[in-house]
Design a protein around this ligand. Structure first.
Ligand SMILES: Nc1nc2c(ncn2[C@@H]2O[C@H](COP(=O)(O)OP(=O)(O)OP(=O)(O)O)[C@@H](O)[C@H]2O)c(=O)[nH]1
Ligand SMILES: [Mg+2]
Length: 201
């Protein structure tokens, strides 16, 4: 998958990783730095490809380093949110690079594969890492991907839900293959972004 060389934008002081798209003049158009973390093979790149291009690649290659894509969505209140998405590489050899991508991120999407308990353990490792070193206001989502593989499920929904609740995370199961809950994931994240309070006179 392609990888753009651009660097993320400066962060606002109020909420690191969230900027008004028009130099602070338009709070209805937000620009948000989002990072995906999780074990290799859980489907991070496929989730991004489904969200940004509406496609699924059954032969998806492992990500090298990280890849960057962006996508803008509109909310019901007519706010637009531009997600600047850093899709990190889950292979162990790239683990040391992760802080480059999650530092200053407003949103972290931590992905596991519902058929793999090891990947759920790895997700918990990333949550701890983000709690220690991520932005204090970071919005975290826990995503159980490959929900189409119900017959191979090894991570019960209840376990993930309890873990997410305990850690103040939003939880959802998705399938990049069938597109199930992919748009909902990003819509729900957008709704949870901290907004600056309108000035009172
Ligand atoms: N059945 C099913 N397979 C999926 C789904 N999402 C991804 N896959 C498959 O899982 C494999 C790995 O997907 P990737 O998106 O490349 O995984 P990744 O998390 O980006 O892996 P790294 O880049 O190594 O970190 C590919 O063979 C995909 O086709 C899904 O929702 N359902
Ligand atoms: Mg990948």
């Amino acid at each position: 998958m392609g990888c753009a060389a651009s660097l993320p934008d400066r962060s606002s002081k109020a909420f690191p990783g969230i900027n008004s798209a028009n130099d602070g003049t338009d709070s209805k158009n937000l620009k948000v730095k989002l990072v995906l973390l999780g074990d290799s093979g859980v489907g991070k790149s496929c989730i991004v490809l489904r969200f940004v291009r509406g496609q699924f690649d059954p032969t998806s290659k492992v990500t090298v380093g990280a890849s960057f894509l962006s996508q803008t969505i509109a909310l019901q209140d007519s706010t637009t949110v531009k997600f600047e998405i850093w899709d990190t590489a889950g292979q162990e050899r790239y683990a040391a690079l992760a802080p480059l991508y999650y530092r200053g991120a407003a949103v972290a999407v931590v992905v596991y594969d519902i058929t793999s308990p090891e990947s759920f353990n790895k997700a918990q490792y990333w949550v701890k890492e983000l709690q220690k070193h991520g932005s204090p206001d970071i919005v975290m989502a826990l995503v159980g991907n490959k929900a189409d593989l119900q017959e191979k499920r090894q991570v019960p929904i209840q376990n993930a839900l309890e873990y997410a609740e305990k850690n103040g995370m939003f939880f959802i199961e998705t399938s990049a293959k069938t597109a199930d809950n992919i748009n909902q994931l990003f819509q729900e994240i957008a709704k949870r972004l901290p907004r600056e309070q309108p000035a009172t006179s």
